[in-house]
Design a protein around this ligand. Structure first.
Ligand code: UDX
Length: 436
């Protein structure tokens, strides 16, 4: 008879909370997941998963008997001692992290709570200390998440590292959290709360810095005739640099990098320190989203009345998430230059249509390309690599593509009749038809 595993509590059943709940259930733990939205709890209790995350809905259906979704805080507090806080911490107008939902959770805890609060929400350094000050008897552990959208279940089950931050007096609580993750076999880093909080922000800020760096290198490559793909490869072979997150493109987006970079910059600013590097990382990223317009004007001249097709809208493939997606800025810039914008995304079109009201939404890539004067690949969905580009060239008004993710094969596209322009790569044009 296998021993009964600790019941795990999850507060806030958004993307992070749902992945956390489903994965701990998969590891054999009874899980009670609490959210304030009754309709979300009802839907999840029926196995209906609203977010697009590969493998998650199967995991929830497979572990339904171990998963309890509720709005009732008392049911949660009565059933679980280990409580993962996974509520949203969106940016405020100042760029600071909005901690109101975190504070609301703390206020719901009984004064003499013997629960362990395990912070998975991304919070500025110092948050844990202030919560412990308000609730001196509460056991508090910082355990940031490093999941990527589109691969979250795999990332949870195969962590590079699990960070467990606890201060004096909470060693027992930290050990309990560590034992939850030990079956996954990743490196477990035990540290203090403030350092754990900083590890999360600094990790995301560093990855964003890597992306802005390679994007600037790409821009220089265009001036000197070098190929950023080759440059990134050569750089990445140095293990001190590493090949990952050196893909040049039209800027990073999503619910994490933009928010965490600005939250860290604000956190530093609030202490009186001007984090210059992050100021540049943010500025480079915003400019990178707009550089596509200049590339199109180079080929088309004025964009007034030109029909431009955007292929992909989500901030990255395998998600329907539009938060801080580069497509939002690009579409608006193109319209600002007088272009007519048509767009297609395999899964995010519905969400995008709410945000991009005046952009025409096509139901397929082929439909989007019909009669277009140019195409821009914005999100590197797999299906775009499979497209019949020769046929597409015949249907476009002009077979011109700006590959915003260097995702397509320039040679194949030019052979299909396209003028191809990537990011940080030399422009290639179709060979003129042999004089008959
Ligand atoms: C990120 C972090 O990777 C993850 O550890 C953290 O927990 C949450 O934030 P996510 O936002 O899902 O995950 O996306 P990620 O795959 O990191 O991509 C972020 C953005 O960077 C995307 O817009 C992507 O297109 C862009 N990107 C990524 C690049 O432009 N170049 C790269 O080389 C990698």
């Amino acid at each position: 008879m296998s021993e009964q595993k600790d019941t795990v509590g999850v507060i806030g059943v958004g993307w992070v909370g749902l992945v956390t709940a489903a994965c701990f259930a998969e590891l054999g733990h009874p899980v009670i997941a609490r959210d304030i939205l009754q309709e979300k709890v009802d839907a999840l209790s029926k196995g209906d998963v609203a977010i697009h995350e590969p493998g998650l809905d199967d995991l929830i259906r497979r572990n339904a008997e171990r998963l309890t979704f509720t709005t009732d805080m008392d049911e949660l507090l009565g059933g679980a001692r280990l409580l993962f806080v996974c509520v949203d911490t969106p940016p405020t107008y100042s760029g600071d992290a909005d901690l109101s939902r975190v504070r609301a959770v703390v206020q719901e805890l009984p004064e003499d709570s013997d629960h362990v609060l395990i912070m998975k929400s991304t919070v500025p350094a110092g948050t844990g200390e202030s919560i412990r000050r308000d609730m001196p008897g509460l056991s508090y552990v910082s355990c940031p998440e490093f999941l990527k959208e589109g691969t979250a279940v795999k990332d949870f089950m195969n962590p590079d590292r699990v960070v467990v931050g606890a201060d004096a007096g909470d060693e027992g609580a930290a050990a309990a959290v560590e034992s939850l993750y030990r079956p996954l076999g990743g490196e477990i880093l035990r540290t203090d709360v403030a350092s754990a909080e900083m590890i999360k922000l600094a990790s995301n800020a560093f990855l964003a810095t890597k992306i802005s760096f390679i994007n600037e290198i790409a821009n220089v490559c265009e001036e000197v005739g070098a190929d950023v793909g080759q440059v990134a490869k050569g750089m990445g072979l140095d293990e001190r640099i590493g090949t990952s997150f050196l893909r040049a493109g039209i800027g990073y987006g999503g619910s994490c990098f933009p928010k965490d970079v600005s939250a860290l910059k604000m956190l530093a600013g609030n202490t009186g320190y001007h984090f210059q590097l992050l100021t540049a990382v943010i500025e480079v990223n915003e400019l990178q989203k707009r550089r596509v317009v200049g590339k199109l004007e180079k080929h088309l001249g004025s964009l007034i009345g030109k029909r431009v097709a955007l292929l992909g809208l989500a901030f990255k493939p395998d998600t329907d998430d539009m938060r801080e997606a580069s497509s939002l800025v690009l579409a608006a810039r193109l319209q600002g230059e007088g272009a007519e914008v048509v767009a297609y995304d395999p899964v995010a079109s519905e969400r995008a249509a709410e945000l991009l009201g005046s952009v025409e939404m096509a139901t397929s890539a082929t439909e989007a390309l019909e009669g277009a004067d140019a195409a821009v690949l914005v999100t590197e969905w797999g299906e775009f690599a499979e497209l019949d580009w020769a046929a597409a060239a015949g249907r476009m008004n002009r077979a011109l593509i700006v590959d915003g993710r260097n995702f397509l094969d320039p040679k194949a596209l030019t052979e299909a009749g396209f003028e191809y322009e990537g990011i940080g790569q030399t422009v290639s044009s179709p060979r003129p038809a042999a004089a008959s």
